[in-house]
Design a binder for this molecule. Structure first.
Ligand code: PLP
Length: 380
């Protein structure tokens, strides 16, 4: 008997990949569809509705349904990377449109927008992530799109999504949220008033550092969403079927991974908040964090598993600390089961806005005591 899925909780739906069983063998794990093209019927129609895999592939159906359910979305699509997902939103706008971006945001996207979208005709303006007054003042320039990233990588400022959406809506702007680090387990931006949610599915959604993927989900299947779909189909930044299948597998453990990593992050933040060799722990789960009250409201059941340490002694001390870590892996990226560390300014390069004494930690699901001991020995 098929259960009534509308009554099942998201954790159940996610663990079971929406509970779909594939015909004709009843596979509990859905098959991969590697075909790049699909046969026409003699009358010229496509009986299963699939034409060519640059537009769509049946392997996407399962993971897209899970992401749509997790986000409470009208629809979701997968793309070839988080950057491709974000780029599709900006490319769906018209030349001449203005976009309002947070001052602190994932540097790769900031660089892409300032480096490429200006030439394409988009004007970009920046607001203080944590100041609704600043956001409201900048709405006077009538941006078409407001971009939110919360908590914002790598300094973890928190933006009040519901309040920002109210301000943006009053000015007629669309709101898109990069919710990569919040994950749909902790925050559901569409329920808070956003129009579009974006994920680097490379991170928590997949969770195993073995796929580069992106996802978008929408509150309404409207004209903008149709344009975004067209950007994927005609621009071609698509995900391979094997990667889509790996992502579907990774997402089955999303809830347990995120909860375990959040618990570890909270324990680590508390442990080093007053350590003499750490000048500041940046983590929204600490009461001392300026965005803590907002995060407590808009993040359900945890404050995320990303935190940054500002190392007393500056850049040289931060680099030596990173070099001495042994359990943490020195690597870029985040959101996987293994903990990663990086001296972030070195990765971002000359135009970084990241403080030079900052080491970004992506906390995984290892034993918290091992991670704490590693940080302690590396601090010396
Ligand atoms: N958004 C955030 C918050 C990220 O951290 C990243 C990558 O680190 C991206 C977007 C881009 O995602 P991808 O690397 O999958 O293109």
């Amino acid at each position: 008997m098929d259960p009534d899925r509308s009554k099942l909780r998201l954790r159940t739906l996610t663990a079971q990949g929406m509970g779909r069983v594939a015909a004709p063998y009843g596979d509990i794990v859905p098959p991969i569809h590697p075909s790049s093209t699909f046969e026409r019927a003699p009358d010229g129609s496509f009986p299963a509705g699939r034409i060519y895999s640059r537009a769509d592939n049946p392997t996407y159906d399962g993971p897209e349904a899970v992401i749509a359910a997790l986000e409470g979305a009208a629809a979701a699509i997968l793309l070839g990377s988080g950057q491709a997902a974000a780029a599709a939103v900006f490319q769906a706008l018209a030349p001449g449109d203005r976009v309002l971006l947070p001052r602190n945001m994932y540097w790769g996207l900031r660089n892409w927008i300032t480096g490429f979208m200006g030439a394409w005709g988009l004007a970009a303006d920046f607001y203080d992530n944590a100041s609704l007054d600043d956001l409201a003042a900048r709405m006077k320039a009538k941006p078409r799109l407001v971009w939110i990233e919360t908590p914002a990588n790598p300094t973890w400022e928190v933006t009040d999504i519901a309040a920002a959406c109210e301000i943006a809506r009053a000015a007629g702007a669309t709101v898109a949220v990069d919710s990569t680090c919040a994950t749909p387990v902790l925050t559901r931006p569409l329920a808070l008033g956003a129009d579009i949610v974006m994920h680097s599915a490379t991170k928590y959604l997949n969770g195993h550092s073995d796929v580069v993927a992106g996802a978008l989900a929408c509150a309404k299947d409207d004209e903008l969403w149709q344009r975004i779909r067209q950007v994927r189909a005609s621009g071609g930044a698509v995900l391979g079927p094997f990667e889509a299948w790996l992502l579907a597998r990774g997402m089955r453990t999303l809830h347990v991974r995120v909860r375990a990593a959040c618990d570890n992050a909270q324990a680590i933040a508390a442990r080093f908040a007053r350590h003499p060799k750490v000048s500041q722990v940046l983590y929204p789960g600490l009461e001392s964090h300026p965005g803590h009250a907002i995060a407590a409201r808009q993040m359900q059941g945890g404050f995320g598993a990303m935190l940054s340490l500002r190392i007393a002694g500056g850049e040289t001390a931060a680099k030596s600390f990173t070099a001495r870590l042994a359990v943490f892996k020195r690597a870029t990226s985040l959101g996987s089961v293994e903990s990663l560390a990086e001296h972030r300014a070195s990765v971002e390069g000359p135009n970084t806005m990241c403080p030079p004494d900052l080491v970004r930690l992506s906390i995984g699901i290892e034993d918290a005591d091992d991670l704490i001991a590693d940080i302690e020995q590396a601090l010396g």
